[in-house]
Design a protein around this ligand. Structure first.
Ligand code: FRU
Length: 483
C-alpha cells in the first residue's frame, strides 16, 4: 500500500516510492499537465538520475506514469524542461503529430570522476504520444560544453517576437541565453548575473517568462534562479529578477536578489509551458539540499509544493512576484472543521482532530499574533507575526522529529516584513502531514517548510496580542486526500 506511511503527504505530489528532487519538463499538452521529476528508482537517497513522470487534468489529482527518460551513454538525465513543438520546427513530428520535446542536461559521471570540467552537456528527446514514450535525438548532445563545471538545467520556451526558441541555462554564477529555430542547433546569445543577486552558492534551475503587471497591460520579464547554498534561512532557495527580454538580452535595473519564498523548503521551482489559460503556474521541490537526504521517511523521499499561480504586482515603485495556491486546490477543502475569531488582546484554543490535513485562513489588521500548533507529546510549531521585530517567524525547532540533521531545527526562520499593502491582510495556510505552506498578503510573502511531528497536531492556539485589531473570518477546513 502506498501513501499510508507516516509523514506521507495526502494532497501534495510525491513519488509512490524512492527518491525525488527537482520538478522537470513542466508542460501542458492536449488536456494533460505533465510533471516530470528528478528520480532515482533504486533508493531513497540521490543517485543516477532519471526523469520520473506523472500527469494530471487539473493539477489536483495525479496519475503516475512509467519512467520517461533513462540514463544513456551521454550520462545521467539531470534537470530540464519540455515544449510542445506545434509547428514541427524540429521535424520530429510524423503524420501531423505534434512532438513534445524534452530538453535536459546530460551529466557524465565518468567525466566528473576523471576530474574534467566538460561533463555536463544538453540533450533532447521527443515523444509523439503525449509523453508516454520517448526517443532520444541521435545528434545529442545539442549543446556541447567547452569547460564549464556547472553547466545545466535548460529551460526552453517559444519567443513569439523573434519566432524562435529561447533556452536559458546556468553556468555556475550566471545564466546564459541561446536561440534556435529547430531545437537542435543552438546559437549563444548573452549572459546575465555575474554581478547581480545572491552568490552564496551555485546557480541552478533557471526560468524566464513574461508576466503582465497585475491590473495593467504592461508586461515585464521574470528570471527565476535557484541557489545552493546561500538562502536567507540556510541552504537552498530561489531568487528572482524583474526586467526585460528582447529576444537577445535580459536586462534589469535590479541589483539585489528578491526571494520567491522565505521558507527553507521550496527549491528548484520552475513554471509550466503552454498553459491553456495563460496562467503562470509554478511547482517547486519541497526540500533543501542541507538535509534532503536525511528526512525521516522510509519508502519515499520528498514532495512537491502545491502548484502555485505567480502574479506580478507593482507596489509603489517596486515589482514583486507573488504566489498563491492554484484555485483548483480549493476543491479539496470539503468540510469546515472550525470557525474562529480572536478579539484584540485575547487568545483562543482550538482542538481540531485533523489539523495535519487542513487549510487555515483568516484576515486581520493585527501586527502581533502567534499561532501555536501542538500535539499530545507537546511538540510545537510556532508561527509569529511580530511587527516590533519587523517580521514573521517560523519556529520548527520543537516541531517533532528534528534531530535527523543538525541544520533542520537549529534556528528560527525569519521573514523580513516592514508593512503590508493594506491595513487588513489575508493569511492562507496549507498543512499536510510533513509540510506547511504559508501565504501572507495575497501571496506577496510565501513561506514553505517541512515538518515532522511524530504524532498529528491536534491543537491550535491563536494568541492575538495586538490591542487594536481582531483576527477575523477564521476558518479551518479539512483537505481531502488525492491518493
Ligand atoms: C538542483 C539540481 C540541478 C541538477 C539536479 C540533479 O536541485 O542540483 O542543478 O540538474 O538537481 O539532480
Amino acid at each position: 500500500k502506498i501513501y499510508t506511511e507516516q509523514y506521507c503527504p495526502q494532497y501534495h505530489f510525491s513519488p509512490p516510492e524512492k527518491w525525488m528532487n527537482d520538478p522537470n519538463g513542466l508542460v501542458y499538452n492536449n488536456g494533460l499537465y505533465h510533471l516530470f521529476y528528478q528520480y532515482y528508482p533504486e533508493d531513497i537517497v540521490w543517485g543516477p538520475m532519471h526523469w520520473g513522470h506523472a500527469v494530471s487534468h487539473d493539477m489536483v489529482y495525479w496519475k503516475h506514469k512509467p519512467i520517461a527518460l533513462y540514463p544513456d551513454e551521454h550520462g545521467l538525465i539531470f534537470s530540464g524542461s519540455a515544449v510542445v513543438d506545434k509547428n514541427n520546427t524540429s521535424g520530429f513530428g510524423v503524420d501531423g503529430k505534434e512532438p513534445l520535446v524534452a530538453v535536459f542536461t546530460y551529466h557524465l559521471m565518468e567525466g566528473e570522476k576523471a576530474g574534467r570540467n566538460d561533463f555536463q552537456t544538453q540533450g533532447i528527446a521527443y515523444s509523439l504520444d503525449n509523453g508516454d514514450t520517448w526517443t532520444k535525438y541521435d545528434g545529442n548532445p545539442v549543446i556541447d560544453n567547452k569547460g564549464i563545471r556547472d553547466f545545466r538545467d535548460p529551460k526552453v520556451f517559444w519567443h513569439d517576437k523573434t519566432q524562435s526558441w529561447i533556452l536559458v541555462l546556468v553556468a555556475g554564477d550566471h545564466a546564459k541565453f541561446y536561440t534556435s529555430k529547430d531545437l537542435k542547433k543552438w546559437r549563444y546569445l548573452s549572459e546575465f548575473g555575474k554581478y547581480r543577486g545572491a552568490h552564496g552558492g551555485v546557480w541552478e534551475c533557471p526560468d524566464l517568462f513574461p508576466l503582465k503587471v497585475e491590473g495593467t497591460d504592461k508586461e515585464k520579464w521574470v528570471l527565476i534562479i535557484s541557489i545552493n547554498p546561500g538562502a536567507p534561512n540556510g541552504g537552498s532557495e530561489t531568487q528572482y529578477f524583474i526586467g526585460d527580454f528582447d529576444g537577445i538580452t535580459f536586462t534589469s535595473t535590479q541589483k539585489k536578489q528578491k526571494w520567491l519564498d522565505y521558507g527553507t523548503d521550496n527549491y528548484a521551482g520552475v513554471t509550466y509551458n503552454n498553459t491553456p489559460d495563460g496562467k503562470r503556474i509554478f511547482i517547486g521541490w519541497m526540500s533543501n539540499w542541507d538535509y534532503a537526504r536525511n528526512t525521516p521517511t522510509k519508502k519515499w523521499r520528498s514532495a512537491m509544493t502545491i502548484p502555485r499561480e505567480l502574479l506580478l504586482k507593482k507596489i509603489e515603485d517596486d515589482y514583486v512576484l507573488a504566489s498563491m495556491p492554484l484555485a483548483e486546490i480549493n476543491t479539496l477543502a470539503t468540510a469546515v472543521l472550525e470557525k474562529f475569531k480572536v478579539a484584540s488582546g485575547n487568545s483562543d484554543t482550538l482542538n481540531v482532530k485533523d489539523l495535519n490535513q487542513s487549510k487555515i485562513t483568516f484576515t486581520t489588521a493585527s501586527r502581533d499574533f502567534k499561532l501555536i500548533f501542538s500535539n499530545d507529546l507537546k511538540e510545537t510549531l510556532v508561527l509569529a507575526m511580530n511587527f516590533k521585530n519587523n517580521g514573521f517567524i517560523v519556529d520548527r525547532m520543537k516541531s517533532g522529529d528534528t534531530g535527523f540533521q543538525s541544520e533542520f531545527g537549529n534556528k528560527k526562520h525569519f521573514v523580513p516584513i516592514k508593512e503590508f499593502t493594506n491595513e487588513f491582510f489575508d493569511v492562507n495556510i496549507l498543512l499536510d502531514w510533513s509540510s506547511i505552506e504559508i501565504f501572507l498578503d495575497n501571496g506577496i510573502y510565501s513561506i514553505t517548510e517541512q515538518i515532522f511531528p511524530t504524532e498529528p497536531f491536534n491543537q491550535l492556539i491563536i494568541e492575538n496580542s495586538d490591542y487594536q485589531a481582531e483576527i477575523e473570518n477564521g476558518e479551518i477546513q479539512f483537505m481531502k486526500s488525492v491518493w
